[in-house]
Design a binder for this molecule. Structure first.
Ligand code: NAD
Length: 393
């Protein structure tokens, strides 16, 4: 009888698990079901562009049905409420109980607010297509309010966090808002865009020369960076900084960090600070029938205490390893060990500028080559998942 494979999450880890498992397991060998809270697979590395308004939602939210419809994978749109590893059951918010022979947990990460007062209640985040739509609508509404009242807070945007999410987002604002302002009859010179970073520098993953490039490119287009100052509190229209400064802003977007998924961290499988610990074959260190892919797991390079970063490229690769290892678990053979390949890091600075490192940090890119490389990397991913139709939008 066919075994039941249940995959929680339809992001990079979950989708690539399903696609790879299906290559190695026929329908008579395994029923494969994905449960995801959206009906779409979302390209989160491009969400900043939807938030800025330079692409359409269909370019970043690809129907799972369209990607998996001919692969004999069941798709259930529901939210995971509880995983019961010892009973081999998963409960969802619709009240359904799902049983499994093998489980893949690929539920991603959650925003970390670090307990900063007022932040969660008063900030927007960028973790899904609907978050991106919310940001775009909010910014536009505040600009309309500014036009009506002249209240400076309505013309001020504060992005908390100078990691790649925050910097790519201010890059889109810097590119797109001049046009939006023109259409609304507002002087773009009245708009303030802040990126506040607690660390001494934005984008510490990049070498200094590329960080300087990012700062100068974005400052020229109207972004103000405040570095070495943490956000300590937020209200609906103020952001307080550790330096004692208060910025009046009615748009606050928080990109200050991620943490493990609460459903995963609390379900009873082995974890480390809320992220599931895994063996070299990406099985839970406490439950061999549970595999992990993506940000909800923590993977340490051999002999290192510093885990790999929670990135899309690693989630994708973990999904492929898990997909193959599932087939080994059900049919026998030798499981693959997870050996990540780092193709590099690319960050956009708006539509026409970018920075990147390829492979190790020896090859550095800036300007058009980085922008083109980032676009190529998106096309490569879409092609890999047979999602090139998204480029039509
Ligand atoms: P991050 O953790 O990389 O960056 C968050 C930043 O917020 C940090 O620099 C931190 O110092 C800062 N911060 C924390 N608390 C703060 C405070 N109180 N006030 C001000 N600043 C504060 O988070 P991210 O940018 O969302 O990225 C998450 C992961 O996803 C990373 O591994 C990143 O590389 C990856 N990512 C990659 C891409 C890409 O490849 N283009 C894009 C986005 C994210």
């Amino acid at each position: 009888m066919a075994k039941q494979i249940l995959i929680l999450g339809g992001g990079y880890g979950g989708l690539l698990t399903a696609l790879t498992a299906r290559k190695h397991l026929s329908a008579s060998e395994a029923n494969i079901t994905i449960i995801n809270k959206f009906s779409t697979h979302q390209i989160i590395t491009e969400l900043h562009r939807l938030a800025g308004g330079t692409i359409k939602e269909q370019a970043v939210a690809l129907p799972l049905q369209k990607l998996l419809g001919d692969k004999n994978v069941n798709i259930i749109v529901d939210t995971i409420q509880e995983i019961k590893p010892n009973e081999k059951q998963v409960l969802t918010s619709s009240g359904a109980v799902h049983k499994y022979d093998a489980l893949v947990v690929a539920l991603g990460s959650e925003t970390n607010y670090f307990g900063i007062p007022g932040l969660e209640a008063n900030s927007l985040i960028l973790k899904s297509a609907s978050d991106a739509n919310r940001i775009r609508a909010h910014v536009e509404a505040r600009l309309d309010a500014y036009k009506a009242s002249g209240n400076k807070a309505d013309a001020t945007i504060v992005v908390g966090g100078g990691g790649l999410t925050g910097v790519e987002l201010v890059g889109e604002f810097a590119d797109k808002l001049p046009e939006v302002c023109r259409a609304k009859g507002i002087d773009f010179g009245d708009i303030s865009i802040y990126c506040v970073e607690a660390g001494l520098s934005i984008l510490p993953v990049f070498p200094p020369v590329l960080i300087e490039r990012a700062v100068s490119s974005l400052e020229k287009r109207g972004v103000t960076f405040l570095t070495g100052v943490a956000i300590t509190e937020a209200t609906s229209n103020t952001v307080s900084l550790k330096s004692g400064q208060t910025i009046e802003a009615s748009t606050i977007i928080w990109t200050g960090g991620v943490k493990g998924n609460q459903v995963v961290g609390s379900c009873g499988i082995a974890e480390d600070r809320g992220r599931a610990t895994v063996t070299s074959t990406l099985q839970s260190t406490s439950h061999a029938d549970i595999f992990l892919a993506g940000d909800c797991a923590v993977v340490f390079p051999e002999g290192s205490e510093r885990p790999y970063p929670p990135t899309a490229q690693l989630a994708w690769q973990m999904g492929e390893t898990v997909g193959y290892n599932l087939s080994v678990q059900l049919k026998g053979g030798v499981m693959d060990k997870f050996v990540p390949v780092f193709s590099g890091t690319l960050g956009s600075l708006g539509r026409k500028d970018g920075i990147g490192t390829i492979g190790g940090k020896n090859t550095q890119l800036k300007g058009l080559p980085a922008t083109l490389m980032k676009e190529a990397s998106n096309v490569r991913y879409l092609s890999h998942i047979h999602g090139l139709f998204a480029l039509a939008y």
